[in-house]
Design a protein around this ligand. Sequence first.
Ligand SMILES: [Zn+2]
Length: 484
Amino acid sequence: MTKERTNTGRAEIASRSEDFAAWYNDVVLAAELADYSPVRGCMVIRPYGYALWEHMQSHLDARLKATGVENAYFPLFIPESLLAKEAEHVEGFNPEVAWVTQGGDEALEERLAVRPTSEAIIMHMYSKWAQSYRDLPFLINQWGNVVRWEMRTRLFLRTAEFLWQEGHTLHATPEEATERTLLMLDVYRKFVQEDLAIPVIPGVKTASERFPGAAETYTIEALMGDGRALQAGTSHDFGSHFTQAFDITFLGRDGQRRHGYTTSWGLSTRMVGGIIMVHGDEQGLILPPKVAPVQVVIVPIWRSDEERERVRAFVESFGGALGTHVRVRTDFSEDKTPGWKFNEWELKGVPLRLEVGPRDVANNSVVAVRRDNRQKEPVGLDALAGRVRELLDDVQRSLFERARAFLEEHTFEASSVEEMREILDRSRGFILAGWCGSAECEAEVKERTRATIRAVPFDRGDEPVPCVRCGEPGRGRVYFARAY
Ligand SMILES: [Zn+2]
């Protein structure tokens, strides 16, 4: 679907302040990040969106490997008997599993699940590979796709097939497994905050929000521009649930065979949606420089053929050298006005634009324009590479600070369910409130406000706070929100 364009090049995107959901869809389509596919529930990631994902991947991949993790690849199909081995796991995923029942003309003897996640197949392999305590830990990550049968599609946020990484580790002791679970949560926290410029709340999921089969699920939660929460990454401590179910044992130091302890952790293309919803504005995307496919766009300005050649020679004199420091695109297309190009690259969220006209050539300088706050400044050629680097760093920092201020302004305290509902209807955001720890109170709050407990923060404090629903004292406050 191509959006209509006005003759200044501005794509017709809905107003972010008036209709956030329509704005989101329009931006994804108009900026050519993704498109709808002929298969219901699936999406096509277009080159610009895929380049963004590749930059996200390379940053996260380096962070994972820095903790000793290695990449591998496991099959897309999982035999039903393997998926069924861990009871809670299969029960949790069954409603959304896609099945292969036939290969060519032959009906299969056993149905194959299209992986909704890969614990089952990886645990099966770990049971073959784990021999002695000397082999452990196993620290394996896989970049791939998974399928969860979903009919209500939101591009990037909720699709039947999505891309992600899933890490799976096996350890000799429960302490090591817990330590790894928390370490990976911290890797996600740093990646999302430092590379995507999105502030997050780390914490623990309640039992009802836990991953199927997990003993404990840890999460980082982000706040989108419309005040709804997005789960940005999760890390699961399975204890020995899977090693018992899959009979994963190893020979301990003492010569006894014992069960190991496992973890898994994942982050997906949903975070592309997170970037759009946290940083975007009425004009479209604003991409954090660290992961932007194009960090700097050069827009030459000319009125005559003679000017065009003068500007071209000038841009060529510095464009190549600049391109060795940052990801640069020069837009020399002939059929579009400079105004059209400004709008187009703003829509695509390029963090920095360099405008170059005949007057700039005469001054041996360019005009730099930031995407985040539109500040303009002339930059002399001799200082260009250094100044561009500084401006990109500053855009990255400013985006994070702006998102953090928004999160703080949209975090409220409430002492009754009624008060929670008022706040959520008025401005949305995170609500810090007391919770006694009962699943019944959690369910009733959800029923009455559509808000769930997003995270029980690590720094909860010991102060007793009355439960927002029943008044019984609980320890500290927890984060509620309406979520994607
Ligand atoms: Zn309660």
